[in-house]
Design a protein around this ligand. Structure first.
Ligand SMILES: [Zn+2]
Length: 73
């Protein structure tokens, strides 16, 4: 069996940066994960369609907008 298969190109270390979308709960001030992710470079042009979140902290449903969002790794 050949062992001379080690010359393949090394993948570049940089790729799309995927961020998790967190929203700050207006009642508790804690960050709540939306379960959504976005490519960081695409965030500025991402359109949101009336997003809602059932909050794990205060158990209410929050409507959120892009200005409420914190992007996290
Ligand atoms: Zn909340």
């Amino acid at each position: 069996m050949s062992q001379f298969d080690l010359t393949r190109a090394v993948k570049p270390a940089t790729g799309p940066v995927i961020k998790r979308i967190l929203v700050r709960c207006p009642s508790t001030g804690k960050l709540a994960p939306t379960g959504k992710t976005v490519e960081e470079s695409a965030w500025d042009t991402t359109k949101l369609n009336r997003p809602r979140l059932t909050c794990p902290h205060c158990h209410q449903v929050h409507n959120w907008t892009k200005k409420d969002v914190v992007l996290a790794r």
